[in-house]
Design a protein around this ligand. Sequence first.
Ligand code: C2E
Ligand code: MG
Length: 648
Amino acid sequence: MHKLLARQLAHQDIDGEDLSPQLQELLQAVDTAYQRAEYDHQLMEQSLENTSRELVIQNQRLQLELKSRKETELALRQSEERYFLAVEGSNVGIWDWDVTTGAVYYSPAVLKILGRTDYAGFDTTESWLKYVADGDRHGLRQAIKTHLLGKTSQLEFEYQIRRDNGELRWVVSRGLALRGESGRAYRIAGSIEDITDRKQAEDQIRFDAIHDVLTGLPNRVLLLDRIQHQIENIQRYPEARFAILFLDIDRFKLINDSFGHLTGDQLLVEISRRLKTCIKVSDTLARLGGDEFVILLEDITGESGAEQVAERLLSQLKQPFFLEGNEIFTSSSIGVVLNHDHHCKAEDLLRDADTAMYRAKTEGKGCYRLFDARMHEHAVTRLHLEAGLRRAFEANEFEIYYQPFFGLGQQKLCGFEALIRWQHPQKGVLLPSEFMGVAEEIGLLAEMDRWVLREACHQLQEWNSRFPQTEPLCMSVNISARLFDQHDLPEYLASLLAETGVDSSLLQLEITESCLALESNDRVVTQLLQLKSLGVQLYLDNFGTGYASLSYLHRLPFDGLKVDCSFIANIGISSSDKSFVKVIFDLAESLDLRLIAEGIETQEQLQDVRTLSSCYGQGFLFFRPMSKTSVGSFISDYQPGMFCEEAS
Ligand code: C2E
Ligand code: MG
């Protein structure tokens, strides 16, 4: 209002000359005041505008700060939660020790580790140390002290605690000290973790590394360690004695094959239980794997002490086992070695015990043998033999010798028996008895038999085509039980006959009774029938020396029998042998089987055989086995009857 009036007065309605000077002055003052007021007003507005702009900025800044605080708070809460979850979830307890006041904060997880439910009186280092197992308390104190003194960069100590209920738990304490300027620790905080599960797993791994999984017995590693310990002990107490017994279950493979591996495993567990009953707690019973067990006898009274234990073990294992409704009989072979001065390595002792066990096996099984130095030499020779045999095929060191056999009536040459020889580069010609056993053990026998079959068939075909004027010759080939293991013998033979062109009726396969002793083995029987259907002849070799049931002669398609050398050797000496041979001859006749008498060495034996039967014969009297080059001239020169006194 005042403003409007002043304007009107100043510019429009009133002429200035009409106004009194006081009024003009007043108006002038009013105008000035008005202008100042307007100016002030503008200033004020300006200031207000500035202030409100400032406020907006402040407000924005505050908003930003608020947001950032919220974010920080959230991050803090998340971090705390994460920390809480990590600590709680991992079962790690936290402790915080004010070294100057002695007060300790323990998190709830620490109580949980101890199996405690409340904090009452639980706030010092001593309240924790009281739980530490007696044997570990000193160690823990030392570890803390060393760290407080700054000698370790971190505190870390594994030990056991004993809960109030007596249960022992493994824990690890970790911590770090805070130090003042002087370097003196004023606070130390860290964690306590229950590591019982990890410790148990570690213990299990350690246990498994030195024990056999199936029986829980010590394994080779632990056994060797204990033997070594005994060897060292002997050096301090030379009069002390200990022994190693190496035990192997006889024919365990047969048990596994017949009853299955599960029963085989159960049997091994039962065996280990029985063996334990025969020894002292201080002795060690270990399983080396498979069916091999070793016993370390400590503190024995010389050889006799070890022998007594061996006998006890043998008789224990002879008792039948009853597993899954089966009555299983076993026996074992044991090698015994006593500590001697020259044994300074556990492996050597074990090797010698193994050698003695091997001797027990080869000398009839079900017995024990004491080691002596010659056995070791023998074992070394055997190793060389093994290595040589493996190489012999590639080096073409095998050769076949052929021994003729004849019809004893006219002494007509009927054919040859193929007999393998090994042309050993150093030892000269080796007989089958010197290497076939080892060849079987190292799995070479089947390959050897196949090779002989192939060579002999080719040779037969060659001779029969070279000497067409003589009646076709037969070839007799020995085949071992191992050849039947491979299932494909009939197929192999069929392709061999096709390849060589040999008339199948001219091939005789000699099977020893031991092949048939595997009576439950239908596989052998099936293959024999298949072989027969190829047209080859089947002979039962070394007849009378094995254990095959006579019913086989009836059931299986045999064409003939070979009477073992041992009976022919005694035919003129022992009347019982002569009667026995007569029984065999009568049996063969009644079953319409051909007979070949092996090992005829003298005219008398020849006469004796001939009086019993008109059969075939083979022996040194006629000819020894000869190389293939000699056979050629032998066939062309041979005259029937040339070896018989009667005929000559
Ligand atoms: P076997 O099948 O009974 O062969 C006859 C053995 O008696 C041969 O011994 C032969 O040399 C020998 N012998 C022949 N006549 C007489 C004699 O008048 N007096 C004496 N004391 N012995 C005589 P060899 O060659 O040492 O063979 C021994 C055994 O080795 C054979 O007995 C046979 O079972 C086996 N064998 C030989 N060659 C092979 C082969 O290639 N494969 C297989 N699986 N076994 C073979
Ligand atoms: Mg034979």
